[in-house]
Design a protein around this ligand. Structure first.
Ligand SMILES: C[S@@+](CC[C@H](N)C(=O)[O-])C[C@H]1O[C@@H](n2cnc3c(N)ncnc32)[C@H](O)[C@@H]1O
Ligand SMILES: O=c1cc(-c2ccc(O)cc2)oc2c(O)c(O)ccc12
Length: 222
């Protein structure tokens, strides 16, 4: 990577970070210093379309943060639809909660403050949950995506959808490792391993949409 490109990327990151701090303080009264973590709006639009097209009612979200994708899901499922939304960070969820309330969709959400793996395992203990979810969205700790995949495949119905965010990780999955800034290398490795594994998984059909930060759209085939 040449120096100009590197300076451009670092400058963009610093400017985004500063704007997050300033606007977070002014508008929300709290420091939202990781606002870059929200799902990209173009990817969000695709997700809204898929929720509507698939007529999703019973859904799971792994990784809520301040609730952009959660609100989007709540707005695009039926009024009697449900979202099991899991994140260990309740404080972040509570920053977005006033917007969820204003949109009058809070009744669709069961927020569970916890890491997701034990919650998914608990759901799987009840055989009535197996094969009953229409839709799942995964946007959490990237090194656990395969662990989520194994569990979610048992929870979603045949024909149900699972979307994984950040599977292109800023495009770095296609770069030579030496061009990738060291802080991005760990998640890049996880993304590469996940992408390879899911591409070889005969239980699913997938499409990697190069939208936002990379959306792997996955349908349980059998
Ligand atoms: C990228 S953010 C989610 C963004 C959100 N989907 C949106 O559109 O605004 C990632 C979230 O994953 C959560 N997270 C990290 N480890 C987790 C885990 N083990 N289980 C569930 N959520 C986790 C973090 O607390 C963080 O809120
Ligand atoms: O920069 C990030 C970091 C994450 C992230 C890292 C570690 C975790 O346990 C959870 C999330 O997620 C991101 C993300 O989803 C995104 O769209 C952009 C950036 C990041």
């Amino acid at each position: 990577m040449n120096l100009a490109l590197f300076t451009y990327h670092v400058g963009k990151l610093l400017m985004g970070y500063l704007l997050c701090l300033i606007f977070g303080r002014i508008f929300v009264g709290a420091t939202i210093n990781r606002c870059f973590m929200g799902t990209a709006p173009d990817a969000g639009q695709l997700m809204a379309l898929l929720l509507k097209l698939s007529n999703a009612k019973k859904t799971i979200e792994v990784g809520v943060y301040t609730g952009y994708s959660l609100l989007l899901t709540a707005l695009n499922i039926a009024d009697n639809g449900k979202i099991v939304a899991v994140d260990p960070d309740r404080k972040a969820y509570e920053i977005g909660l006033p917007f969820i309330k204003k949109a009058e969709v809070e009744h669709k959400i069961e927020f569970i403050e916890s890491p997701a793996l034990p919650v998914l395992d608990k759901l799987l203990e009840d055989p009535w949950n197996k094969g009953t979810f229409d839709f799942a969205f995964v946007d959490a700790d990237k090194h656990n995506y395969w662990n989520y995949h194994e569990r979610l495949l048992e929870l979603v119905k045949i024909g149900g959808l699972i979307i994984y965010d950040n599977t292109l990780w800023g495009g770095t999955v296609a770069w030579p490792e030496e061009d990738v800034p060291p802080p991005k290398r760990g998640i890049r490795e996880s993304a590469l391993a996940f992408n390879k594994a899911i591409a070889n998984d005969s239980r699913v059909l997938i499409s990697v949409a190069s939208i936002g930060d990379g959306f792997t759209i996955c349908m349980r085939a059998h």
